[in-house]
Design a binder for this molecule. Structure first.
Ligand code: HDE
Length: 755
């Protein structure tokens, strides 16, 4: 029987819906859906990016438009429909035999909704599962044209790109700031097809042969019995492997250095790791190593910061990248190459170019800039873009080829293979984020998730039915032709060249190239990670490895572990240090740096306003930290709090300013209202503020105070005369001094290395 109350209610709903019935007349309603774009099936000019391939346009939170505003609504059209387009009148109640009765199997909407939901997840990447990505553009300087005929490297050519950064070991939901290598994978949508540069933020790798990849990853991933620890290398199986397998020493040392805990994806170098081969228009070839150099410099967290951040804001790097792009502070990297003659030895000054555990110091082969990458748009949909993007080192374009590096050779197999499981079949190239912008005219047919409707009857060659089409291209009509590199007559064997046996000279080179502060961080990292191992034998073996890098490093870690120092092996002559490997000693731009400004109702709020403006003018982000949410100050002219004492933690800020109260009599913000006047001054006594200031100090961050803000320093145990602590009269002076300090990222004098 019809429920009269419900019937009346339904009528009302219908009426309301009719009233707002929109179609596309409602201002702001989405326009007509564009017609689908056919997959190209015959040779023709390059297609522009399809509507669903274009990166979204962004706008900044300050309201400054950086393009067409991003579409904010999830659906097109006015009515909710099924996947088949039938309009729905109710999506909240299952179809039942009476309001209190059982659910009917015939409820097709319920079944469709739940079934689709049940299958929303795909397998996460077996490595690099956690990532964050952005769209951008690569603009070539043309400087690489002498060594590569790749069209996208010609002067002034702009190529759309999609870049995905990642950690390696953790699962999709793991924390961003763990100690790990970071992935830096770039998909160039060139007019000659897709080129993927699938690199890392560390220039060397743990292993020299792809066949060992499952071993190193099984060792680094959580233990198979309890599946712990998550996204960590501080456990027995990792150290068991890397100490038994000493070719991993160089990469492990980089992981234990500051490079293992980057401050931001925007402040990381990227490396192609392997040696690649570029081919010029005449067929001449050059060996190269690829480098990404961040415009903001290379900066890291300190270990305690990384640990706190993993709990306080596990999405720290993801948020940082997205916020910067949304605010219009587009991160940039220069792509550079080190070039080497393509000789049969593939060796440069004694360094085997096929060994991925070796770098070539920049002092021996300078990095020559060839183009500029700018990330300027956030993905619109995490799953469709960041999750479904599929990189492959075999996605190459004419002018870029591979070498015999045995690690690279194995990767050429793995990246295609892994997508079959992850993306469910061989047609992942048709997904919008992966689809090339170049015309596709392949003879690949059918398969899971085929979305192209191929026409004709002759997807084979040779054929007569299609008039012999399509034809094969040649070197001068844009074909990808492998470099006819000579392969020396040899026997079939499972072996590595003897040059691959040198596992220590380059770890020593790295160690010798760092400043005492950076070395101190390495000592602390080894002491922490090995201290987390249970097996004594593993720790002892690790010390033997360290003794072969440096006796002082070994001695300090041994002291931390409470173990005897093992003897080191006799070493050959020390390599010349490579200063380019150190992160310290230079001054960098401050774009997007975050300045916390602690203020309460008694503070010099005029000073706070001036400082906020100046911070914004300098391209940085001011965040006012107040006792509670809302505003502080007089009703007519309040200062808005972006953080509160409860929500702010030091790790979020690159520098901290403390606004003190103006001198008695000098009313800084004019007529105060009585309510505000009554509010107690809490800054100097609030334990959360004291913790914030003490942590900022411990982490080497610049701290500035003005008016009587310096009283907080004493309560927090921070000496006012310590390096990088500024006690000023006005906010502007305090900010000026702090800004100067920020250029070097941290106040390095505060760290006192043991050696
Ligand atoms: Fe990867 N790697 N890898 N890798 N790798 C993958 O591919 C693999 C290696 C790197 O954001 C997988 O689509 C093997 C070196 C990045 O989607 C898989 C070997 C370098 C990403 C795979 C290596 C990398 C991956 C997992 C040893 C730096 C993330 C999912 C021969 C130069 C890409 C996928 C993204 C992802 C295999 C070694 C970088 C399984 C077999 C060396 C940045 O195919």
């Amino acid at each position: 029987k019809k429920n009269p109350v419900k019937a009346a209610a339904d009528k009302v709903v219908e009426k309301v819906q009719d009233a707002v019935d929109p179609g596309n007349d409602i201002p702001g309603a989405p326009g007509p859906v564009p017609p689908p774009v056919d997959e190209p099936t015959e040779p023709k000019g390059p297609l522009p990016p399809k509507p669903d391939q274009r990166g979204p346009d962004t706008h900044s939170p300050t309201g400054q438009e950086t393009g067409v505003p991003q579409k904010k609504v999830a659906q097109d059209g006015a009515y909710l429909t099924t996947a088949q387009g039938a309009r729905l009148y109710d999506t909240d109640h299952s179809l039942k035999a009476g309001a209190r009765g059982p659910v009917l199997l015939q409820d097709h909407h319920l079944r469709e909704k739940i079934t689709h939901f049940d299958h929303e997840r795909i397998p996460e990447r077996v490595v690099h599962a956690r990532g964050a990505a952005a769209h951008g553009v690569f603009r070539a300087y043309g400087t690489a044209s002498t060594v590569s005929k790749a069209a996208f490297l010609a002067k002034g050519v702009e190529t759309p790109v999609f870049v995905r950064f990642s950690t390696v070991l953790g699962s999709r939901g793991s924390a961003d700031t763990v100690r790990d290598t970071r992935g830096f994978a770039t998909k160039f949508h060139t007019e000659e097809g897709v080129f993927d540069l699938v690199g890392n933020n560390i220039p060397v790798f743990f292993i020299q042969d792809a066949i060992k990849f499952p071993d190193v990853i099984h060792a680094g991933k959580p233990h198979p019995d309890r599946e712990i620890p998550q996204a960590q290398s501080a456990h027995d199986t990792f150290w068991d492997f890397v100490t038994l397998h000493t070719e991993a020493t160089h990469h492990t040392l980089w992981n234990m250095s500051d490079r293992g805990i980057p401050r931001s994806y925007r402040m990381m170098e990227g490396f192609g790791v392997h040696t690649f081969r570029l081919v010029d228009a005449e067929g001449g070839s050059t060996l190269v190593k690829f480098h990404w150099k961040p415009k903001l410099g290379v900066h890291s967290l300190v270990w305690e910061e990384a640990q706190i951040t993993a709990g306080v804001d596990p999405d720290f790097h993801r948020r940082d990248l997205a916020d910067a792009i949304e605010a219009g502070a587009f991160p940039q990297w220069e792509l550079g190459i080190q070039t080497f003659p393509d000789t049969p030895e593939q060796n440069f000054t004694g360094i085997d170019l096929l060994d991925p555990t070796k770098i070539v110091p920049e002092e021996l082969a300078p990095v020559q800039p060839i183009g500029l990458l700018t990330l300027n748009a956030n993905p619109s949909n995490y799953f469709a873009e960041t999750e479904q993007v599929a990189f492959h080192v075999g996605h190459l374009v004419p002018g870029i080829d591979v070498t015999n590096d045995p690690l690279l050779q194995g990767r050429l197999f793995s990246y295609l293979d892994t997508q079959l499981t992850r993306l469910g079949g061989p047609n992942f190239g048709q997904l919008p984020i992966n689809r090339t912008h170049a015309p596709v005219n392949d003879m690949l047919r059918d398969g899971m998730h085929q979305t192209a409707v191929h026409r004709g009857v002759a997807p084979y060659r040779p054929n007569s039915l299609d008039g012999g089409c399509p034809f094969l291209a040649g070197e001068h009509t844009g074909a990808f032709v492998e470099v006819p590199a000579e392969v020396a007559a040899s026997v079939k064997e499972r072996k590595a060249p003897t040059s691959f046996d040198d596992h220590y000279s380059q770890p020593r080179l790295f160690w010798l190239s760092l400043t005492p502060t950076e070395r101190e961080h390495i000592i602390a990292a080894y002491t922490f990670e090995l201290g987390k191992c249970y097996e004594q034998a593993i720790k002892e073996r690790a010390l033997v490895v360290l003794a072969n890098i440096d006796s002082e490093l070994c001695a300090q870690v041994a002291a931390g572990l409470g173990l005897p120092v093992p003897p080191g092996e006799a070493r050959l002559e020390d390599p010349a240090p490579s200063p380019a490997l150190s992160q310290l000693g230079q001054t960098w731009p401050l774009d997007g740096r975050i300045i916390g400004i602690v203020a309460d109702t008694d503070a010099d709020l005029d000073g706070v306003r001036t400082v906020r403006e100046a911070v914004l003018d300098a391209g940085m982000v001011p965040l006012v930290i107040a006792p509670a949410g809302g505003t502080i100050g007089p009703e007519g002219n309040p200062v808005t709090a972006q953080r509160t004492f409860a929500t702010a933690r030091s790790v979020e800020f690159d520098a901290v300013l403390i606004a003190g109260a103006p001198a008695p009599g000098a009313d800084a913000y004019g007529a105060r209202d009585a309510k505000v006047d009554d509010a107690a001054t809490v800054t100097g006594t609030d334990s959360r503020v004291l913790l914030l200031v003490a942590e900022a100090f411990r982490h080497g961050k610049a701290i500035g105070t003005w008016a009587d803000g310096d009283s907080v320093l004493a309560s927090a145990g921070v000496p006012a005369e310590a390096p990088g602590v500024v006690v000023a009269d006005t906010g502007a002076t305090a900010l000026g001094a702090v800004t100067e300090l920020l250029g070097t990222h941290r106040v390095w004098e505060r760290f006192t290395p043991r050696i």
